[in-house]
Design a binder for this molecule. Structure first.
Ligand SMILES: [Zn+2]
Ligand SMILES: [Zn+2]
Length: 167
């Protein structure tokens, strides 16, 4: 367990106990776009490892997500009452994603594309047959007009989870 995981676990348990008088269990999951999940029936809150890793240096973001998940102890959905409750604990809104300082974790599985002209690389979660051209190169050499020459080419499919497992 990382230091940040340890931190959010402690914070969540204390917050849930203090504000809702509930003992919650914490687990960590390998999701990228799902940052947190509250399974009320099991008193279980789960957090995305990659989200915590991406925001480990910003405790306010971690607190924000924890408070959001704890508010689901009272309300399941993200409706008006839920939002009010979140705001009563000082959150800007009902979604951590609305914070300006939140860092969105990068996917660990992606298609890697490259512009052969300048070497810049781009990640894409979806496979795209015809990806657009490199805007840098089009601006630099073609007055910003699209040119087939600078089209991104698929390099390979990358699965960083696999890499980690193999090590
Ligand atoms: Zn939620
Ligand atoms: Zn380029």
């Amino acid at each position: 367990m990382t230091e940040a995981e340890d931190y959010i676990e402690k914070f969540t348990k204390e917050f849930a106990k203090k504000e809702f008088d509930v003992d919650v269990n914490i687990e960590f999951m390998n999701t990228v776009s799902l940052w947190g999940q509250n399974n009320k029936a099991k008193s279980l809150i789960r957090y995305s490892k990659s989200f915590i890793e991406a925001n480990k240096d910003n405790k306010e973001v971690l607190d924000d997500l924890a408070i959001h998940e704890c508010c689901h102890i009272k309300y399941r959905n993200h409706g008006r009452d839920f939002k009010k409750l979140c705001q009563s604990f000082g959150l800007v809104s009902n979604h951590t994603a609305y914070r300006k300082d939140v860092k969105v974790p990068e996917p660990k599985k992606y298609y890697l594309y490259r512009c052969d002209s300048c070497g810049v690389e781009e990640k894409s979660m979806k496979y795209v047959n015809k990806k657009g051209a490199c805007s840098e190169c089009c601006n630099k050499y073609n007055n910003g007009e699209y040119d087939e020459k600078y089209r991104f080419k698929l390099v390979r499919y990358v699965d960083e989870n696999e890499k980690e497992n193999n090590m």
